[in-house]
Design a binder for this molecule. Structure first.
Ligand code: PEP
Ligand code: MG
Length: 325
């Protein structure tokens, strides 16, 4: 079984009806690239940049960040690399950034909210990204977007920094796509409007599930409510994919759900374009997708979305799609 999977390392991910989907990897640092390449990822679907900021005494400089981003882009040799801007706050704290304690950190001052309020921090990261962009196929992604205004403000700051660099004669790629994570139900509900303005979506189910079900992803006592296959979650995902496709935009997923053998047939059927997961899940997912027809999977979408519980969905998927792993 393992040697069978290894044969898939240098292959694209193609279904039995010749549909290509992209299998990408989630990384936390340039050191993860060895595993990404060894497992045949077709790109990086999520580079969590928090690691650059954690376990140290001060903010990383523009130069330090530039080197890290440049290294990842160069090693991926033109394959797509989605780099997410800083997603700090919530459960992730920095010892050198004084943040008042909050009653509900996951609903608090984090990610893009913090970056828009602390623009020097944000602009430094954006300049590092823009300068690195000429080394590969960079896509920039903003986390925890709730409103169109947040996206517009983040994008205009990015454009300002780009103009600044160009004025200084520093090269910046003209091909950079700019997208958002869909992690907040409000953004999912407004996906049709976001789709007019973004280049892509990446659905962050780790957070989208917790916010949809109002169940803290870290709290054991409410873990039973943290249900990836709940129709409420699936309907939001479906809404986002449809809205994006109507505007000709692509949709990825970079939460844990993207590598889950039960979720994969559902997501394939809904038309998800890119699945980003931990490197070790890529080859099993490629094997699974290679045994499935996208057209057949799509025939079950309406049925699945009309179900009333997570358990019902899971049983249906197990029954309907054989060879789940
Ligand atoms: C997510 O929320 O699904 C996600 C990928 O981001 P993180 O796990 O870093 O919050
Ligand atoms: Mg998240």
């Amino acid at each position: 079984e393992k040697t069978e999977l290894l044969k898939l390392v240098h292959q694209k991910t193609v279904t039995t009806d010749q549909q290509h989907v992209e299998l990408a990897a989630n990384i936390g640092s340039p050191q993860d690239l060895a595993g990404v390449l060894a497992n045949g990822a077709e790109g990086v679907g999520l580079f969590r940049t928090e690691f650059l900021y954690m376990g140290r005494e001060n903010f990383p400089t523009e130069e330090e960040q530039y080197l890290a981003y440049q290294q990842v882009l160069a090693q991926m040799e033109g394959k797509p690399v989605v780099i997410r801007t800083l997603d700090i706050g919530g459960d992730k704290q920095l010892s050198y950034l004084d943040m008042p304690e909050e009653l509900n950190p996951f609903l608090g001052f984090r990610a893009i909210r913090l970056c828009l309020d602390n623009q020097e921090l944000f602009r430094t990261q954006l300049r590092a990204l823009l300068r690195a962009s000429v080394s590969g196929n960079l896509k920039i992604m903003f986390p925890m977007i709730a409103t169109l205004e947040e996206f517009r403000e983040a994008k205009s700051i990015l454009e300002e920094e780009k103009r600044g660099l160009l004025e200084k004669g520093i090269a910046v790629s003209e091909q950079i796509e700019v997208g958002i994570m869909i992690e907040i139900p409000a953004a999912a509900m407004m996906a049709d409007q976001f789709a007019n303005e973004v280049d892509f979506f990446s659905i962050g189910t780790n957070d989208l599930i917790q916010y949809t079900m109002a169940a803290d992803r870290m709290n054991e006592r409410v873990a039973y409510l943290y249900q990836p296959y709940h129709p409420a979650v699936l309907r939001l995902i479906h809404l986002v994919i449809k809205a994006a496709h109507e505007k000709g935009k692509w949709v990825g997923m970079c939460g844990e759900m993207a590598g889950d053998p039960i979720a994969i047939p559902i997501l394939l059927g809904m038309g998800l374009d890119e699945f980003s997961m931990s490197a070790v899940s890529i080859l099993p997912a490629r094997g699974q997708l290679g045994r499935m027809s996208k057209e057949e999977a799509a025939k079950h979408t309406t049925t699945i979305l009309s179900m009333s519980s997570s358990q019902q969905v899971e049983e249906f998927v197990r029954r309907t799609f054989h060879q789940l792993d």
